[in-house]
Design a protein around this ligand. Structure first.
Ligand code: UD1
Length: 347
């Protein structure tokens, strides 16, 4: 069975490629490498000992996408490719609507044309916006607070409409909580551009000395210690959620959304302590102002994924920190190797 993985060179995509190959799937990775490095895919091949097709494709280029489908027998698609920085999306909303929506539309239209109707979509807990109902279940009202989240929400709506019009589609929507960690080998991991926005990459760059001090964005929230509480999930657990979703969409046509989280809320201070433990380093931090747009608490009710996908997160906070640290230590500057040249082709 052949799976097209869009955005397969990215953080979650590359970890999912490893798990797909290990589970015996053939994969084709389509990526434009605008925000990723082909080196990650070289390492996926190295880790799994398997060969797979890599195609430099921009999803907004219909010709390239159609060529991919006409020259390969694709059975299902896992769609990661998207811009994902919340702050940037507030500053440049059209960039986000153009890339995330237009790319997905070309992909879905091409799938329809080639009668490929099995789809796993990379959504986000950000679609829940600023809800106070914890833990969050999938039937919580949707209402994102930023353009990035709205692109996810709009694509979810698109998928619902497609399924209503043609119930032979089979669609799993996966709403990720806070992905962290890295592959055990330390060979693949998160490689943010510039100054990291997210807690774990920032923490690990402080620990290794690339940044001086962590700013904790507020300690006056109504939480266990005043700092923000999130549901951190190991990226390999998350990757395995995609394998389970793939199994489910092969069984019978349906559409459903699933929370992929642990169900456990961890505060920023708890994360700092866990990271200190894992790295053996002291993390200097100071308390800053609240970050605009942040919520106090956000964690999942993962019961639906457990019941319907037979998936559950297994990795602990210490494992998340240890694996992040190993990746950081082995790749202090991320994937800095020379860019492997990959020609645009229909694979
Ligand atoms: C953010 C995005 C979310 C995305 C997720 C990816 C927003 C509003 N949401 O979630 O859409 O899916 O990243 O993982 O941006 N913190 C600090 N100091 C830092 C960085 C973070 O104190 O330097 C705190 C934050 O205030 C928050 C927690 O750490 O309480 C987690 O922050 P972060 O890793 O950025 O994730 P989210 O904001 O939850």
């Amino acid at each position: 069975m052949t799976i097209l993985v869009t955005g397969g060179a990215g953080y979650i995509g590359s970890h999912t490629c490893v798990e797909l190959l290990a589970a015996g799937y053939d994969i084709i990775v389509a990526d434009n490498f605008s925000n990723s490095n082909p080196e990650s895919l070289k390492r996926v091949a190295e880790l799994t000992g398997k060969l797979f097709t890599i195609s430099k494709v921009d999803l907004q280029n219909r010709q390239q996408v159609e060529k991919l489908f006409s020259s390969n027998k694709i059975d299902a698609v896992i769609h990661f490719a998207a811009y994902k920085a919340v702050g940037e999306s507030v500053e440049f909303p059209l960039k986000y609507y153009q890339n995330n929506l237009a790319g997905t539309m070309v992909l879905l239209e091409t799938m329809e044309k080639f009668h490929v109707k099995k789809f796993v979509f990379s959504s986000s807990a950000t679609v829940y916006g600023a809800t106070n109902h914890m833990p969050i279940t999938e039937d919580e009202q949707i209402g994102s607070t930023n353009p990035y989240g709205r692109t996810k929400e709009m694509i979810e709506d698109m998928l619902q409409d497609i399924y209503q019009a043609d119930p032979s589609w089979s669609i799993a929507i996966l709403r990720y909580f806070n992905p962290v960690g890295a592959h055990k080998s330390g060979r693949i991991g998160e490689d943010p551009n510039g100054i990291p926005n997210n807690l774990l990459p920032y923490l690990s760059q402080v620990a290794i000395g690339r940044r001086d001090v962590l700013t904790i964005h507020g300690n006056d929230y109504q939480t266990k210690d005043g700092t923000g509480v999130r549901d951190y999930i190991h990226v390999v657990d998350l990757a395995n959620g995609h394998i389970k979703a793939l199994e489910k969409i092969q069984k019978t046509p349906f559409i459903s959304a699933y929370n992929l989280g642990t169900g456990v809320g961890i505060s920023v201070l708890e994360m700092v302590r866990a990271f200190e433990q894992a790295s053996g380093k002291t993390i200097p931090f100071h308390i800053g102002n609240r970050r605009p747009g942040d919520v106090a608490i956000c964690y999942a009710d993962p019961a639906k994924a457990r019941a319907e996908l037979e998936w559950t997160a297994t990795k602990s906070i210490s494992e998340m920190c240890e694996d992040t640290w190993r990746w950081q230590l082995q790749n202090p500057e991320g994937y800095i190797t020379e860019k492997v040249s990959i020609e645009a082709s229909g694979a």
